[in-house]
Design a protein around this ligand. Sequence first.
Ligand code: NAP
Length: 249
Amino acid sequence: MSVKTMLITGASRGIGAATALLAGKHGYQVAVNYANNDAAAQAVVHRIKSLGGKAQAFKADVTNNDEVIGLFKAVDAAFGGLDVLVNNAGILETFGILQATPDKISRTFEANLFSLYYCSREAVKRMSTEQGGRGGVIINMSSAAAKLCSMPGGNAYSASKAAVDGFNLALANEVGAQGIRVNAIRPGLIATDIQNGRGGLEVAAKIASTSVPMKRMGEPSEIAEAVIWLASEHASYVHGAVLDVGGGR
Ligand code: NAP
């Protein structure tokens, strides 16, 4: 069987980095996308290679349509195809409705939603059996915020992630007959840098200790396991689903 390629957006840190490491261990060729943090991306690539895996870092802002087109061409050139796209990159900026300027609203929706359109379009071009592809898997990173909508100042973030759930199902309906499985994951509170957007890890840990049934934050590796399962043949009839991985939230 040929080696499969997984492209993970936002894989220099947090959930994306953990997914990249686990994908490398599972034998995927890993395309590690990132926006700015060259050192972090190279460290992920180095760790995968040091364990005998194959990986390369690809700098591209996934909110920029032209850069996304370039990203997919670069992955083609490096790995000769694409089997799994993980639409993981995202941002958390908290602001109340009175502070909701067009710039702020756009930044959140461009990062958390528009990027999924740009990347999924390029993936479908390559994976769709109707376009001569061999099929594939797309996994969209949503959030428990999509259903809870409870984070102070999290209106735009929650709305953008609720839109991810809608996008996920609509895309699943559109490309299910083209050999492409599409699913989403809703992580709960996970210990990553993104928590700086709501006051840091200590604040997040406190929230987890009271409002998460398992009384703790999750680790990025616990989301990575779900990604690898959804990408695998073990999930061959899972399509259009949204998987909650949030300790009960
Ligand atoms: P994180 O630790 O802040 O890491 C974000 C990653 O995304 C970094 O690799 C960053 O690259 C990259 N990124 C940001 N904007 C980008 C852009 N425009 N183009 C390319 N890459 C970009 O975040 P995380 O917690 O791992 O979150 C990953 C995903 O899970 C997000 O979609 C988030 O909304 C979702 N999620 C997280 C949690 C949680 O509690 N952590 C809960 C629910 C959902 P650089 O290093 O170059 O900046």
